[in-house]
Each structure stands twice: as C-alpha cells, then as structure tokens.
Design a protein around this ligand. Sequence first.
Ligand code: NCD
Length: 430
Amino acid sequence: MSVSQQVFLRDAMRRLNLTRDVFAGRIGVKRRALDTWLLPEGSQEFRAMPEVVNRFVTEIVENEGLLQKYAQSAQTGPLRNRIAAEGKHQLLSVDQFSRESVEELFRIADQMQPIARRQKVSRVLEGAVLGNLFFEASTRTRVSFGAAFCRLGGSVCDTTGFTFSSMAKGESIYDTSRVMSGYVDAMVIRHPEKGSVAEFARATNIPVVNGGDGPGEHPSQALLDLYTILTEFSRLGKLLDGAHIALVGDLKYGRTVHSLLKLLSLYRGLKFTLVSPRGLEMPDYIQDQVSTRGHVIEQSHSLEQGLQGADVIYATRVQKERFAAEELEGYTPDFQVNKAIVDQCCGPDVIVMHPLPRDSREGANDLSVDLNHDPRLAIFRQTDNGIPVRMAIFAVLLGVESLVQHSLRDVTWSPPTHIGPDDSIFHGMD
Ligand code: NCD
C-alpha cells in the first residue's frame, strides 16, 4: 500500500461518511480491532489490518456503486421505528431488518457486554415487567430473555406449557394476549404453531417478541447467531461477505436455520451449503428469497461434501416433535458433526455452532461432544451472546437504548473471569 494504513482507512471512512463505530460494523469487524489499525505505525498497540480487509475496503472505495451502497444513508428516528412491523414495536421475523439496522442493533449489544459479563449493572428498565409466555419446551431462550430483562433492571413473570395455562380451558390467543397486556410491559411468546406469535401481536399494543413459532421463525436466535459469527470472524480476521456457511441437519423444521439463512442473506456474495438428510431439506420459499439476493446455494445429502472448506458449520437437532409423516429417529452416524469430519473437511479457523439443545441420547448422532475442548466449538460463546443481544432487543423495543451508557454502575460482587471450566482463553474478550 502506497499510503499508510491509517491514512487509507481514514480516507475510506471520510468518503463513506461513517463514524468509526458504524464503519467497523459495516465491514464486519469489532471496533477494538479497527482502533488498533488506525493507530500510527510503530506505536505499541498498532496492528496491521488483515489483507482481506484491505482488499474489501479498496473494492468499496474504488467502485461508485458500492461506495453508495456502503455509505451512510440518512438514519432518521429511533431504531424501533425503523424495524417496526405493522406499525408496532415488535420482533416477529428477521425480515424486519436491513443490514444497516441489524448492525445498529449489534452496536447496542456491544454496549451491553459489560453488563452481560457482570462488570457493570444498569437499571434502565426499573419498574418494567416482562411476560415470558412459553407454550413449548425451552430452557435457554426463556431464561436468557428473562435474565436479559432482569439485567436491565426489569422484572419477569413466567408461564410455561399449556397444561397450566387458560389455553387448556379453550381460551383464544386474542383473549390471552389482551389479558396479559394489562399485566406486563412486553411479552416474549413461544408457541408450537407457525404464525401464532403474529396473532398474539395483533391483539396488543405492547412490544411482542417471537421466541419461536413452531417451524416458522426464531429471530432472536438468528440475531445472536449472526452476532456470534461477526464476533468470531473479527477475532480471526475474516469477513462475512464472501464467506462459506454450511447449515446442517433438519433444515425443514428447524426454525433457527430458517431465520439465520434469511438474516445472513443481508450480506454479500455468500456461499451456503445446505446439508440435510433426504426429506428434511430447507423449504423452497426461503431458498428462493435468499438466491434472489445473489448468493450461491448448494444442496447436499453428504456431510463430507457439504462441509468442504466451510468457514462456519451450523449443526441442528432433528426436530422430531414436528414430524408429520417422517420416519427418522435420529441422524445416521455418517451425518454426525464430530472432530474427525471437521478436521478432514475444514481449516483451523472454522467455527462450529449449534442453537442447542444438542440431543446427547444414544443413536441421535447430533453434534458430538468430542469437540468440547476444541476452541473451534463456539456453542457456549453463542449462548453467552444471547444475553447482550436480547438486552439490545428489549432496550430498542422499549426505547431506552440511549440511556444505557450513562446508567452503568460497577457490580458489587466478583464473578469468575471465565464462567466455564473449558472456556477457551479468548472467551469473553473482544
Ligand atoms: C432451538 C429452538 O427451540 O428452536 N433452541 C433454541 O431456542 N436455542 C433449537 C431446537 O430446539 O432444536
């Protein structure tokens, strides 16, 4: 490069009319990494930016069309108005997001990290009550939504399953939703029927979040998955634009992969390999939506073929509870993502993800535990990211995101530096 890295990056930010925060988000790297590239060469903290970033930024600034695409567009009003659906502050589908708004949400999630990591506390949602209505099995989604709301100073009321709810007495979604709206300030709903959470949302004016509607969508999971991928790529010096993502498993009924595939398609030039057992392929309507955005999609029924050269492997559980006529009990052994196949097909920089729970029963052949000590396994970094991302979702939907920064106080207790005994050295750091 003829000019210094500092001059080159500053010039790109100026031409794109972007602040450091927004520029970092736009090119898919962490602000901390960008800061080190912007220091004068020779200073102690200075780092050379990865070659791929150099090429990517050069490509943008040298192409008028791309320059306009990546440049700051007029962002008016609060984020919750820009992602609103049906004129309401709710989160029902990843379709509500643009690349710009998703990155804005992630900058808010970054601000939540000191709270999520128990360094700071905030009470911006003091007095607010969340109704967590889970009519389907859940551990992490229900608890992480609840914990996220509590960590912003709010309180949570829970109900789980149909048996103990008035729906077992024949109450309609409309009545349940309207009644709950009189008690709480926001609702998270998980329900076994596709479209049911949208029905809840139509019966209320308080914010509603889709915590999973049958085989439909799981937007908060996809958001935390994308946030995880961007964080991991930033650590590895990789960009999401142009990456190869392998989605593996029950792609027909897995709502997490439905939402994730659509959300990832907001990026540029991705290659997706969709690896599923026969009969459990990704629905056509989602594939069509993604291919019209110019991505390459390859379907495969062979793990060995589908994982070749992947940057991300995203494995999923067989959603047996949603099967109609399908016979499958679990995956066949040749379908199991384990250390041997990851070593055989991918490089040392691959990241292995799973929305969890993984089915650890014999014969299920879900994601193997033999990767547990392998730093490429990102599943617990992924679950940990559920907290800042869900905090950001609540802060945005309730319109308090601008209050967070000045509300932070130090914690009074001392949490361990690494919360899991097998956490990798970089887990928890930017
Ligand atoms: C998933 C779900 O419920 O869709 N779990 C989750 O929310 N993290 C995945 C699954 O159940 O397999």
